[in-house]
Design a protein around this ligand. Structure first.
Ligand SMILES: [Zn+2]
Ligand SMILES: [Zn+2]
Length: 429
């Protein structure tokens, strides 16, 4: 009985494969209108990552991922690249065409979609702040750049979330648990390699949930364990940053409202000065002490200079610590930096442009001259107000930037003259 149904299933799969492949042979090209919908054209799930969606599409069409990718994008390298980071317009257009999913929704599955909210500019050919690198060698991902929540993967349709590719993501807010970035055997996640060497493996669920190297069930991974105060601090910070990402702005404890990509630029700097540098250990000690967090020694070597290259365990501790500074921003941050002996130069190290919400604190408490918001920052504030349907008056823009004198500088006023003409004049000049 079981054998008969398996035979029927396998015949059905072969039949479906033939139809799909036949549809692609002899047509004008991958972007031809003649190429209609795939037989299986499931839409991306909520928050689904592009590569995860493609793996599920291949499985739904009973094709091995390699065959499916060749059929969809002949001669286009897909899996020896970070497709989530570098998918071209043509690759995305083909997906939209063959799945019937709106192009904007397709683009939403890429990491590029964070541009303007998490970072100012996305770099499809190289590294971008906050995006975890995969360290691709041929088609294998050597770095732990794909994280997951074991409990989320245990749902009926397992898939990978876009936010799991962010250095910012360290805990799952649905299950209140730490994310995991490696199998118990220490292998990084390579869910796209799940069907390699197994001719009958068309089940996306197994690709998503089984370690490609040792076969361990990833849903049973325990991940790092943290003390309750640290886990709570990480969850609180995660919640705050997810909200900023969703809304496009964040309201800080000092009353200023900050555009999200400017907030994240400064928040990343807080993680950078906590993770490495000549006074990083002192800064970690001083912040761990008052918050009753356990003393923390990083597991990474001193050569790592970007938080995106740190394992999730380390990022969780750092994010919990830096997140605590936001609770009464900037009082405790200033106190901890002074206790650890940091100067303005240490705090702003390697930043070509210091976001105003951080620069203001440095100027006020560490004596680094005076601070004026840059034109792009003023522009971002104006854009933010418009998205909120608020008239960008001078006082409204100043409030967003956390200052009362944004427009006092003659040069700024002059440069913004045409833009200022659009403002309602509330007499605050
Ligand atoms: Zn979860
Ligand atoms: Zn494994």
């Amino acid at each position: 009985m079981r054998s008969a149904s398996l035979t029927r299933y396998s015949t059905r799969l072969r039949h479906r494969r033939f139809k799909i492949e036949a549809a692609s042979v002899g047509k004008a090209g991958p972007h031809s209108e003649a190429r209609g919908l795939l037989l299986g054209h499931t839409a991306p799930r909520d928050e689904e990552l592009l590569s995860s969606w493609v793996v599920r599409l291949a499985a739904q069409n009973a094709l091995k991922l390699h065959t499916f990718s060749q059929m969809m994008w002949p001669a286009v390298p897909i899996w020896n690249r970070d497709i989530d980071n570098s998918a071209t317009d043509d690759v995305l257009a083909t997906l939209a065409l063959r799945t019937g999913v709106a192009p904007d929704r397709v683009r939403e599955t890429t990491l590029q979609s964070y541009e303007g909210r998490l970072f100012e500019k996305h770099n499809p050919r190289g590294s971008t702040v906050w995006l975890l690198p995969l360290g691709i060698y041929h088609r294998t991902r050597l770095r732990s750049g794909t994280q997951f929540c074991p409990d989320c993967l245990a749902y009926e349709t397992p898939y990978y979330r876009k936010s799991w590719r962010l250095a910012l993501s360290v805990v799952c807010l649905v299950h209140n648990r730490p994310l995991v970035d490696r199998c118990a055997c220490d292998a990084p996640i390579n869910f796209h390699r799940g069907d390699l060497g197994d001719v009958g493996a068309f089940q996306a669920a197994s690709s998503m949930t089984v370690c490609y190297r040792c076969g361990f069930d990833l849903r049973k991974c325990g991940g790092s364990s943290f003390t309750l105060p640290l886990l709570c601090a990480a969850l609180e910070t995660q919640s705050r940053s997810n909200e900023a990402l969703a809304k496009g702005y964040i309201r800080l404890a000092d009353g200023s409202t900050v555009h999200s990509n400017l907030f994240f630029a400064g928040f990343r700097q807080l993680l950078q000065i906590l993770s490495h540098g000549r006074l990083a250990a002192s800064l970690r000690d001083s912040t761990a002490k008052w918050r009753r967090l356990p003393a923390y020694a990083p597991s990474f070597n001193g050569r790592i200079s970007a938080i995106e290259k740190l394992p999730v365990h380390d990022r969780t501790v750092l994010i919990a610590m830096a997140g605590g500074w936001l609770n009464d921003w900037p009082q405790t941050f200033v106190k901890d930096c002074k206790t650890a002996g940091l100067t303005a130069t240490d705090i702003c190290r390697n930043l070509t442009r210091v976001p105003y919400w951080l620069a203001r604190v440095v100027a006020e408490h560490f004596g680094q001259g005076t601070y004026s918001p840059s034109l792009p920052e003023i522009g971002a504030a104006i854009n933010y107000l418009r998205t909120q349907n608020i008239v960008p008056t001078k006082s409204a823009v100043s409030q967003i930037l956390g200052r009362t004198d944004v427009f006092r500088k003659r040069r700024l006023h002059h440069l913004l003259e045409s833009e200022v003409g659009l403002f309602g004049d509330d007499g605050s000049n």
